[in-house]
Design a protein around this ligand. Sequence first.
Ligand code: ASN
Length: 297
Amino acid sequence: MKCEALALEVTSVVLGASREFLAREGFIELLPVILAPVTDPLRTTPEWATVSAYGSSWYLTRSMIFHKQAAVRVHPKIFCFSPNVRLEPVERAQTGRHLFEFVQLDLEVRNAAREEVMDLGERLLLHILAEVRRECGKALAKAGREIPEYSRPFPRITWHEARREFGEDFELVLSQKSETPVWLVDFPIDQREFYDREDPERPGILRDMDLIYPEGYGEALSGGEREHELARIKARILRQGLSLDAYAPILALAEDGLPPSAGFGIGVERLVRFVCGFDHVRKVRLFPRVPGERALL
Ligand code: ASN
């Protein structure tokens, strides 16, 4: 089977297995939001994609984080296959992990703690991998790829420990050295966005996490608990040097009442890249959007 066909088949199994698993867990699927008056600040991606319509400017959604926080007011467990546009710097085309248009499976759970969504993330990933092995195992083997069986709970390491042990480029080194998916937890407050909840018992440390793939494939999933109280959200926006005006819709939501929640997003193309063992995530999409490259279709 050609690479392309294999990737499409695996993608389709990943989508189906995720939906089936999440439905069983009591989640409902939201339709994605593509245009938004406010979107994820993502300070490591400084350029914004906008379109104008009816006299206003709209962002192309960078993540549905705020929509997820709003949605759990209506239903306790939601997910969405969310197309995101992030104008990554051109050099990120070389990482093998960046597309400027991609899809993440983004989910959120009302009143959940970080540990609950970590448990869910492990079970979701193992279910997807089992389904992929069952449906595409032969085709993958032909392409020289076999996914090992992983057991849970996955190991965890804190951001500070990882940094101490593996140096500046700790995420990549951790991923290269690991033989199983591994959790990176407890990021320092200034490493992440204002919506990541600060641990009330450990000021300066967040109740958040990333899941890192083994074999050097890098980040699989990113998420955590959310700041949901108006005063805290305001303080965090200001701490990051952002303007309260720019995030007025979030402040209005919080004033109206946002429930505590936790969740994460898992990059679909990166997951398929890992499953297929591709050197670059571009091979996953039939119509890839690689930073700095023109597309024919
Ligand atoms: N999906 C991520 C989360 O749930 C946010 C992001 O994509 N930046 O935390």
